[in-house]
Design a protein around this ligand. Structure first.
Ligand SMILES: [Fe+2]
Length: 216
C-alpha cells in the first residue's frame, strides 16, 4: 500500500467530532474523508485543539486504504514560520494576541490583551512569593468576601487615596496620631469626660466653686 503517510492542508473541520478533511497535493490532488485528529487526551483530561482550514498537517492511513486514518499533527512551513526562534521556549500564541510562554529560564508569562481571565476554584487559593507582588489595575478593584478578612503585615501599611470611607464601627488597639483636624457629628469622650456635656468648676467669689454650663 503506497502513501500510507501523506501531507496536505486542512480543507474542512468538524469541531464536534474533532475531525478534519485534508486536501492532499500530488500528481492528482484529492481530499481525504473526515479523519480524527490525534490529541493528547480524550478522557481525563480531554484536550481540544482543532487545526484550522489551510493548516499543514500530516496524515497516517491504515493499510487497507485511505478511508481510515488519522491526522498526526501540524507542521510549520516556509510561508508559516513559528513565532519563536529559541528552542528553550515553550509557547502558545493566538491570533488575538493571547500568549502563554515559558522562556526556558523559569519565567512564565500569560498575556491576555483582549478578553477576560476567569479562575473558578472550589477550595483554597494559595499564592506564595519570596519577592514582591504587584497588582496594577486601571479600573476599580472589588473584593467581596463572605466571612472575615485579615491582613497581617510585618512592616507598615500605607494607604494613598483621595479619600477613605469605612462603613463600620472602627476599633483601634493603639495610639492614634492625626496630622490635621478631627470633625465629629457626635460626641467625643475622653476617659469618662464628654466633650459635649462636660462642665468646669467656676469660683467667681465666696461660696465655693459651681459648675459651668456645658460648652456651647
Ligand atoms: Fe472644657
Amino acid at each position: 500500500m503506497e502513501n500510507l503517510i501523506c501531507s496536505g492542508q486542512v480543507s474542512s473541520v468538524d469541531p464536534k467530532t474533532h475531525r478534519v478533511r485534508v486536501a492532499v497535493r500530488g500528481v492528482n490532488e484529492w481530499e481525504t474523508f473526515d479523519l480524527p485528529v490525534l490529541t493528547h487526551g480524550t478522557k481525563n483530561p480531554r484536550v481540544y485543539h482543532m487545526p484550522r482550514v489551510g493548516e499543514h498537517v500530516t496524515c497516517l492511513f491504515l493499510p487497507n486504504g485511505h478511508e481510515q486514518g488519522f491526522v498526526l499533527g501540524n507542521f510549520y512551513t516556509q510561508t508559516n514560520l513559528p513565532g519563536e526562534s529559541d528552542a528553550e521556549i515553550w509557547s502558545a500564541e493566538f491570533e488575538d494576541g493571547t500568549r502563554f510562554v515559558h522562556d526556558g529560564e523559569g519565567n512564565v508569562t500569560a498575556l491576555i490583551p483582549v478578553g477576560h481571565l476567569t479562575v473558578g476554584v472550589k477550595k483554597d487559593i494559595l499564592i506564595e512569593s519570596e519577592s514582591e507582588v504587584t497588582l496594577n489595575v486601571e479600573s476599580d478593584i472589588t473584593v467581596t468576601g463572605g466571612a472575615a478578612m485579615t491582613v497581617k503585615i510585618a512592616d507598615s501599611i500605607t494607604i494613598e487615596a483621595s479619600s477613605v470611607t469605612i462603613k463600620a464601627p472602627v476599633k483601634i488597639e493603639g495610639n492614634v496620631t492625626v496630622d490635621g483636624d478631627i470633625t465629629a457629628t457626635g460626641d467625643i469622650v475622653a476617659g469618662s469626660i464628654s466633650l459635649q456635656a462636660h462642665t468646669h468648676l467656676y469660683s467667681p467669689g465666696p461660696g465655693g466653686p459651681t459648675p459651668t454650663a456645658p460648652p456651647q
